[in-house]
Write a protein that binds this ligand. Structure first.
Ligand SMILES: O=P(O)(O)OC[C@H]1O[C@H](O)[C@H](O)[C@@H](O)[C@@H]1O
Length: 533
């Protein structure tokens, strides 16, 4: 059971009922044992006694958050660790609670399921070194499972006995010993300081955003503080900002900068209120996107390009690591600015870890960013922080107001080569043994392309493939594009991304992929490729 809720370097599960066919597998009892497991794991990692640890617990606004938080706190406290409950928080703020002077917690736990529906929840864990890796989570969950096993009663009374133990332990926790305080004021102050120093306004240092208008769309996640506690106190007009109040049912739109509906809602608001910049956060604020004052959405490749431009001004020639689905236009853009693009795998942890590794090997790498909106900078502890990314663009916007000149977002939109057509298809693998079937299909696809069986002239397997197979397509007369077929990181799916630089080019590429799926009895549902208009 504990194995099943591991999701890469996070824990994710179904925390409340309300969605048909989705059964709860992340209960307060589970949270309790994971609390026990984390205290034990961290004590071992740091060579300390669990009693000497101080651990913070925060959560996003999901309805299941308060109960899971209390259970987690009881688990940590049962091992003697000192716990501080922050209540509503953001994921990057939880990490900062381990490294900001005056706090320096040994570990932090954020209760969140990012952009997933209201019934889900999950946990992200931090030490002062950063977020836990996949193998750390595996160890921690083994520890949690052992804690749960030690409470098992006989036969049918197992879960009752375990839950009773959790409740009893929780009741013994002295509330006085678990202070409740909010960390968000501390984090907001830190953000305000960074903005003041970054802009360094020649006339009004303390209110560097005077005369500027920013519109924040927090989608009722945890990002509302950024408008009210970071931007407004620095003099910004935040009129038109929307969905700032946390609401775990996310009644307006999914807080997710990758989501078309979320971006449409934010761009509409920007068109109505005409701020200097719009800012969109995901639920736990480790991801963001922006909207140009014209209402043009800047997410995915565009946001990486914008962040690359800012980063390359500060760190000329730097390497920028991205995920595997980034466009060829982005590579050209980064090269054009004198930078180096390292296209790696999907998954923000993979992208960040590759950046850390390149730096260790001596290759200066200052930005690691995924099309999902996770962006981490070397100068900011390699932490993926949506607020820190947005802050970079705000600093540039404010500087441009002082110096005059073209706004950085408008400038970008003219220079980034963009494909005329782009789409992503998620093809369900129709077998229990989906990992093997996915690998079989990918192997066959590679052979099919390399042997020229596609019959397509101008299909070349790209050299630097790090996951799946990316094929560049050049059929002459500007008919260029690419496709990437890879396994999804977490779901039983193959994912196909296709881009074309000519109108109608994508259809031709997809038709050939349809031919590929017909060569064998592959257990993947590729029907949407045929139906694609
Ligand atoms: O492989 P996929 O199914 O496209 O999902 C991959 C995505 O999974 C999660 O959402 C992670 O937070 C992202 O960092 C990652 O890119």
């Amino acid at each position: 059971m504990y194995k099943r809720i591991q999701n890469g370097s996070d824990v994710r599960g179904i925390a409340i009922t309300g969605v048909e066919g989705e059964n709860v597998n992340l209960t307060p009892t589970t949270a309790f044992h994971i609390g026990c497991g984390f205290a034990e794991w961290l004590a071992k990692r740091l060579g300390k006694d669990a009693q000497d640890l101080r651990i913070s617990v925060g959560r996003d606004p999901r309805l299941s958050g308060p109960l899971l938080s209390s259970a987690m706190v009881a688990g940590l406290a049962s091992r003697g660790s000192k716990v501080v409950q922050y209540g509503l928080a953001t994921t990057p703020a939880m990490y900062m609670s381990c490294i900001l002077e005056g706090h320096l917690n040994d570990g932090a736990i954020m209760i969140t399921a990012s952009h997933l529906p209201f019934n889900r929840n999950g946990f992200k864990f931090f030490t002062r070194e950063g977020g836990l890796e996949k193998k750390d989570i595996t160890e921690l969950l083994q520890q949690a499972a052992a804690s749960a096993a030690s409470q098992m009663g006989e036969g049918g009374q197992q879960s009752y006995s375990d839950a009773a133990h959790v409740l009893q332990t929780a009741l013994q926790v002295d509330p006085e010993s678990v202070p409740e305080e909010s960390f968000m004021p501390v984090y907001s102050e830190h953000m305000r300081k960074l903005l003041k120093e970054g802009i360094n306004h020649p006339e009004h240092f303390d209110t560097p955003l005077d005369g500027l208008h920013f519109l924040v769309d927090a989608g009722n996640g945890g990002g509302g503080f950024f408008a009210t506690d970071v931007l407004a106190p620095l003099g910004a007009d935040i009129t038109g900002s929307q969905f700032l109040d946390p609401d775990g049912m996310f009644p307006n739109h999914i807080p997710n900068p990758e989501d078309k509906g979320a971006m449409a809602s934010a761009t509409d608001a920007v068109k109505r209120h005409k701020p200097d910049l719009g800012i969109v956060f995901d639920t736990d604020v480790d991801r963001s996107a922006v909207v140009a004052s014209s209402g043009e959405p800047i997410n995915s490749n565009r946001y990486i390009a914008l962040m690359a431009a800012v980063t390359l001004r500060k760190y000329p020639g730097t390497t920028i690591v991205t995920d595997s689905v980034t466009s060829n236009g982005l590579t050209k853009f980064i090269k054009g600015l004198g930078g180096k693009h390292f296209r790696y795998k999907r998954g923000y942890k993979n992208v960040i870890s590759k950046g850390i590794e390149l730096n260790e090997k001596g290759e200066e790498t200052n930005l690691m960013m995924e099309t999902s909106g996770h962006g981490a900078m070397k100068e900011n502890y390699f932490l993926d922080d949506g607020a820190y990314s947005a802050l970079q663009i705000i600093v540039e916007t404010a500087k441009q107001q002082v110096d005059g000149g073209k706004s950085i977002t408008e400038d970008l939109l003219g220079k980034l080569p963009e494909p005329l057509e782009a789409a992503e298809f998620r093809l369900k693998l129709q077998t229990e043994n989906f990992k093997d079937e996915g690998a079989r299909i990918l192997g066959a696809f590679r052979g099919w392309v390399e042997e020229g069986a596609s019959g397509a002239s101008g299909w070349t397997m790209e050299a630097d493939n790090h996951e799946g197979w990316r094929v560049s397509v050049d059929e002459g007369e500007g008919k260029q594009g690419w496709l990437l077929l890879r396994a999804s990181l977490h779901d039983p799916l193959l994912v196909l991304n296709v881009e074309s630089d000519v109108t109608g080019g994508m259809r031709g590429i997809i038709d050939k992929v349809v031919d590929f799926f017909a060569i064998s009895d592959f257990k993947a549902d590729s029907s949407q490729l045929k139906d694609f208009q």
